[in-house]
Write a protein that binds this ligand. Structure first.
Ligand SMILES: Cc1cn([C@H]2C[C@H](O)[C@@H](COP(=O)(O)OP(=O)(O)OP(=O)(O)O)O2)c(=O)[nH]c1=O
Length: 189
């Protein structure tokens, strides 16, 4: 039976893995520069970075390494994690009252064998004023999250509607992951 390695420092990804019944896994945090070539589409960008993260962690032959990358795309803009609070306010102001797309790329790797898939979810924000966005940022939730919000937390108060997988927005599309794991011989249900 293969051992599972979650190569991610994201506490949300660790929590989601546990929630879908994977209790026995090792965490190894990849250190990568989030660089990618010009001209890629959003799903290609998150796929590329999830592969880079995968290659950045050492593993044994009997280990399945899981990596993921999540980004927010608003028209042609790519929103990663905010650099500071002013950046977070800029991102949330741009997102307010509009639809954006959250893409997560997932890579599974065992030795030389590697599989990457990406998923997209549309999120609709309600309009929001500067004062409430500032209050939200002051609460501390946005700073380590792509697009400067957490749909699973207080950020839910900004979200009018979601079209697609909620867990994809949270950083790990668990159904997609389970299908990928099945291709590696791991079944969860
Ligand atoms: C949009 C959104 C993102 N996020 C989080 C998920 C990811 O942790 C983070 C995007 O950053 P990522 O670079 O995908 O991941 P990470 O740096 O947190 O962890 P690692 O590279 O070690 O795997 O944003 C939420 O938690 N909720 C949300 O609603």
């Amino acid at each position: 039976m293969a051992r599972i390695v979650l190569a991610s420092g994201s506490p949300r990804r660790q929590e989601l893995l546990t929630r879908i019944g994977i209790r026995d896994f090792t965490v190894r945090v990849p250190q990568v520069e989030e660089w990618y070539p010009q001209g890629l589409t959003p799903p290609e960008i998150v796929s590329y970075i999830s592969r880079e993260k995968s290659q950045a962690v050492p593993s044994e032959e009997d280990e399945i390494v899981i990596t993921a990358d999540t980004m927010v795309f608003l028209d042609q803009q790519r929103l990663g994690k905010p650099k500071d609070e002013a950046d977070a306010l800029r991102m949330l102001t741009d997102l307010a009252g509009r639809r954006h797309t959250v893409c997560t790329g997932v890579t599974l790797r065992q030795g030389q064998r590697s599989l990457t898939r990406a998923q997209s979810t549309d999120v609709y924000f309600r309009p929001a004023g500067r004062e409430e966005l500032t209050a939200y940022i002051r609460g501390g939730e946005p700073m380590d999250k792509a697009g400067a919000y957490g749909v699973q937390g207080q950020g839910a108060l900004l979200v009018e509607r979601i079209d697609g997988d909620f867990f994809n927005v949270m950083g790990l599309p668990v159904l997609l992951l389970s299908r990928m794991l099945a291709e590696f011989g791991v079944t969860l249900l």
